[in-house]
Design a protein around this ligand. Sequence first.
Ligand code: ADP
Ligand code: MG
Length: 678
Amino acid sequence: MIDVPINSVKGVGDALAANFAEIGITTVSDLLFFFPNRYDNYEIKPLSDLLHDEKVTIQGEVIGEPVVTYFGKRKSRLVLRVQVEYAVVKGIMFNRSFAKKQLQPGDFVTLTGKWDQHRLQITIDQYKKGKVKHDQPIQPVYYAKQTLKSSQIKKVIKQAIDQYSAAIDEILPEQYLEDYKLLSRTKAIQELHFPSSFQTLKHAKRRFVYEELLLFQLKMQLLRKQNRERTKGNNQTFDLSVVHQFVDQLPFVLTKAQQRSLNEILQDMAAPYRMNRLLQGDVGSGKTAVAAISLYASIVAGKQGAIMVPTEILAEQHLDSLRSLFGEKATIVLLTGSVKGKKRKEILTMIEQREADIIVGTHALIQEDVSFANLGTVIVDEQHRFGVNQRKALRDKGIDPDVLFMTATPIPRTLAITSFGDMDVSQIDEMPVGRKPVETYWVKENMLPRLLQFIQKQIDQGYQAYVICPLIEESDKLDIQNAVELYQQLQETFEQNVRVGLLHGRLHNDEKEEVMTAFASNQIQVLVSTTVVEVGVNVPNATVMIIYDAERFGLSQLHQLRGRVGRGDVQSYCILIADPKGDVGKERMRIMTETTNGFALAEQDLQLRGPGDFFGKKQSGLPEFKVADIVQDYRALETARNDAQMIVYDNLLEKDPAYQPLHDYLKQTFKTDGITFD
Ligand code: ADP
Ligand code: MG
């Protein structure tokens, strides 16, 4: 047992225990899992093995008197020459002029500090006279609050390991340790704190990366399973061949990815549990088509289907496309906030009497006065704009329909199985054949005149353009000011026959809608906009997307904006106006011009910016891992995910005695996570 109070460690009194409590460490277990932030290396290596910029330890004989120079008020610099092996190494020490007396020619010294390979120079942190040999050359360094020094923590942890290492229980089945060549829990803890070599340290880390990811994935899989078993479920019975007939009469053949996703969805719908699935795919990859087929399956099952979208414009667009897809096969109604009065009453009655098969709408769908006769499936478009509360609202109506979330923001697989770990994920990762990828160019601002000519040419051919405005960090107000200025400027620049429109977040909804409608019907040819245009509007006649300050956007967001064009049959263009300063910025612009695959971009974005930045801070919902890094450790993540699925769905925790320690551990650890065990 290591779940004992920290003051059972020798030498830890109340005062020290209180200091540890401040950083969240109250038990021996907490202490043992408080891992070092880095390690200092006091290994003495030959000069030829030293690495540039690393912290190193060297030994040699002082030659000549150290020289001290003073600068500033109380600053000094001591330069020392030391014969190390065949070379003379320069040692530099700041603000320790007193050392001059202690380091005399002929003295043998051990120096630790940062190594400069090119100058054969060491910036000395620590010096010792004589041949110092550490029995533990790799030393942990812990970061904590000021009240606790690294050396103090180190001492307490050392003592704790001495007292308790025999009490650290293995939680993984023996077979896992063998198969994956993992260190035991005890050994791994010892090595993480006091590594006997960097090699074993790596091993120790590898064990905890796996353990941490496995525990997390087990939590997700247990949640998913309990979710399925506990909800009332929704068993939709439909004749699959009727659904296939519907698919066969569509004006196109489904892509492989669409087919695969559709099968996954239909299986969920037919199963007794409630579907909780995320459908990902680039704009235009055919998500809505798949969703429509799923809605049709609901109708065949004798139930209603609904599709919820974030804006009224989108609702109307979906209504149109669904009506043309279904023809006579379904009665489709629209319910949004602006459907009012008598019309609203009529529609509500149709929904209640089951005269409406499919209901397209905004948040209005889940308002109190709406009661569905028999809701089978709900499609939620753009998943991250629909929160937990909306889902709860549906459940509160006593409806537990199959739910399919659709998003056009491709999320890298590692993130998807982490932040949506309790959901099932389907991906449409290919485009229908015959699509023309959007040609993407990166230009500097001085090419603007040529760019404007280019837009004018496209307009002369009957096409339209978006211009996304310069961004001003953190300031919605200034962004709008920018948009207004650019709008005025472009009005003057273009020929008389070109109408320019303006769209930004401060406009009222009806104003926004007016502008969008005018753009959709080609009364406006150039739409100047802040990023509000991102939400899935569909204007197939628009062929040009200009994005100012492109370097300030994430790749995924740029891709999202680019997805506004390329929706028709003609060639479309995306022009990124950017002047990135750093290499990463340049690299990102280059990637944008080279790939139009949203999943590939998302992976790159994740590599370049890290998981925290990927979603933006607020939406991240990503767990914090101590040792694992979901970008670097994606292989371990996949393995852990597969293992967790097997453990949970084969009931190994209950059935197999080898899993008893893990089972006991989970019972203890997941108590507060809403997971219950029998
Ligand atoms: P998304 O919802 O992913 O943006 P949609 O389902 O709206 O994509 O499809 C975009 C366009 O492509 C629509 O006009 C749709 O009819 C068409 N489409 C969908 N699937 C296919 C396919 N397999 N082959 C050809 N066209 C398709
Ligand atoms: Mg179901």
